[in-house]
Design a protein around this ligand. Structure first.
Ligand SMILES: NC(=O)C1=CN([C@@H]2O[C@H](COP(=O)(O)OP(=O)(O)OC[C@H]3O[C@@H](n4cnc5c(N)ncnc54)[C@H](O)[C@@H]3O)[C@@H](O)[C@H]2O)[C@@H](O)CC1
Ligand SMILES: Nc1ncnc2c1ncn2[C@@H]1O[C@H](COP(=O)(O)OP(=O)(O)O)[C@@H](O)[C@H]1O
Length: 274
C-alpha cells in the first residue's frame, strides 16, 4: 500500500503559465444539488473554484443555480464543454427526475473524466471515460449490492475497506476513492492511503467539497488522463490530501464547517506550489 503525503501531492500541482487561458487550466462541470440538497452544489462549486479550475459550470435546477451564483457569481450556469464532470453530490437516485437522469447520462457518455459521487453512484458502470467514484462506506455497500454482493453490511466494508474498494474498482473498471478517516484510492491494482490530519472533517458537506476538488484535479490533467487513465489514482489521492490539509487549516483544533474547508483549499494549493 502506498502512503500519500505532501511530497506526492506536490508533484501533481502546476501554476498557470503566461500561455494559459481559462480553458487550458481546465473547465469543471458539476451536475450536483437538488431541491432537497441545494447546499451540496454550493460546496462543490466553491471547492472547484478554490482548487484552481479555469472555469466552473453548474447544471441543475434554477433555485440551486441561483444559490450557487449568490455565493460564486464567477460560475457559469449553463451546459457547455468541460474537461471533467462532477456528478451526483446532493442528489438522490430514488427521487431522480427523467430530466436529471438524461443530463447525467449525457455527461457520462461524453467520454471526459468524471467524479461520480453520492446520488450518481448507481450509474458508475455506464458511459465512457475515466471515472473516479467517491463513496463513503455506506455508499460502497450499496454499489456492491447493485453488483451482486448481497448481504454485505456497512460494517463489513469498514472492517476490510481495501478488499471491498478493490473489488468495486475491478467490477466497474473505475478508480474508487473510499472516504473515511483513512481514505483509500484504488484502481484494483494500486492502493493508496491518505490519512486525514483531523477528525473534525467528519461533518456534513465535506464530501461535497472533496468532489469539487477532485473535479478540478481531473480537469487540469484531462489530456494526461487520456494518455494514461492510471493517473486518476494519483489525482484522487492528491485531492484527498488537499482536502485533509484544508480541513486542518479550517479546524485549527476545533470544529469546522464544510464551506470553510473549501475556502482553505486555495491556501493549501499555494503552499504546495511554493
Ligand atoms: N448541505 C448539503 O446539501 C449536504 C448534502 N449532502 C448530500 O446528502 C445526500 C445524502 O448523503 P448521506 O451520506 O447523508 O446519505 P446516505 O444515505 O448515504 O447515508 C445516510 C446514512 O446515515 C444514517 N443516518 C442518518 N441519520 C442518522 C443519525 N441521526 N444517526 C445515525 N445514523 C444516521 C442512515 O441510516 C444512512 O445509513 C447526498 O446526496 C449528499 O451529497 C450531504 O453531503 C450533507 C450536506
Ligand atoms: N472520522 C473522520 N476523520 C477524518 N475525516 C473523516 C472522518 N469521517 C469522514 N471523514 C471525511 O469527511 C468527508 C465526508 O464525506 P461524506 O461521507 O460524503 O459526507 P457528506 O455527504 O456529508 O459530504 C470525507 O472526505 C471523509 O474522508
Amino acid at each position: 500500500m502506498e502512503h500519500w503525503t505532501r511530497a506526492e501531492a506536490r508533484a501533481w500541482m502546476r501554476a498557470p503559465a503566461a500561455t494559459d487561458d481559462k480553458y487550458a487550466r481546465g473547465v469543471v462541470g458539476l451536475v450536483t444539488g437538488s431541491h432537497d440538497y441545494p447546499g451540496a452544489a454550493v460546496l462543490g462549486v466553491e471547492a472547484a473554484h478554490r482548487a484552481g479550475a479555469g472555469m466552473v459550470r453548474h447544471v441543475g435546477p434554477r433555485r440551486v443555480g441561483d444559490l450557487v451564483l449568490a455565493r460564486r457569481p464567477e460560475t457559469v450556469v449553463q451546459a457547455g464543454r468541460v474537461q471533467a464532470w462532477v456528478l451526483g453530490s446532493g442528489t438522490d437516485p430514488a427521487g431522480r427526475s427523467d430530466a436529471l437522469a438524461a443530463v447525467l447520462q449525457e455527461a457520462l457518455d461524453e467520454g471526459v473524466p468524471a467524479v461520480v459521487d453520492a446520488g450518481a453512484l448507481d450509474l458508475a458502470g455506464t458511459g465512457d471515460g475515466a471515472r473516479l467514484l467517491t463513496p463513503h462506506a455506506g455508499e460502497l455497500r450499496a454499489l456492491l449490492a447493485s453488483l451482486g454482493e448481497d448481504g454485505l453490511t456497512r460494517g463489513d466494508v469498514e472492517a476490510d475497506p481495501e478488499r471491498w474498494a478493490r473489488l468495486a474498482a475491478t467490477r466497474t473498471g473505475a478508480t474508487v476513492l473510499l472516504k473515511g478517516a483513512r481514505t483509500l484510492v484504488t484502481d484494483g491494482a494500486r492502493v493508496v492511503l491518505v490519512a486525514a490530519p483531523t477528525h473534525w472533517l467528519a461533518t456534513a458537506g465535506t464530501g461535497d467539497v472533496l468532489a469539487g476538488v477532485a473535479g478540478a484535479m481531473l480537469a487540469a490533467h484531462a489530456d494526461a488522463i487520456a494518455r494514461d487513465a492510471g493517473i486518476v489514482v494519483d489525482l484522487g489521492a492528491t485531492a484527498a490530501w488537499i482536502h485533509g490539509a484544508a480541513g486542518e487549516r479550517a479546524s485549527g483544533g476545533g470544529p469546522l464547517v464544510a464551506l470553510e474547508v473549501a475556502e482553505q483549499v486555495a491556501d493549501v494549493v499555494a503552499g504546495l506550489l511554493a
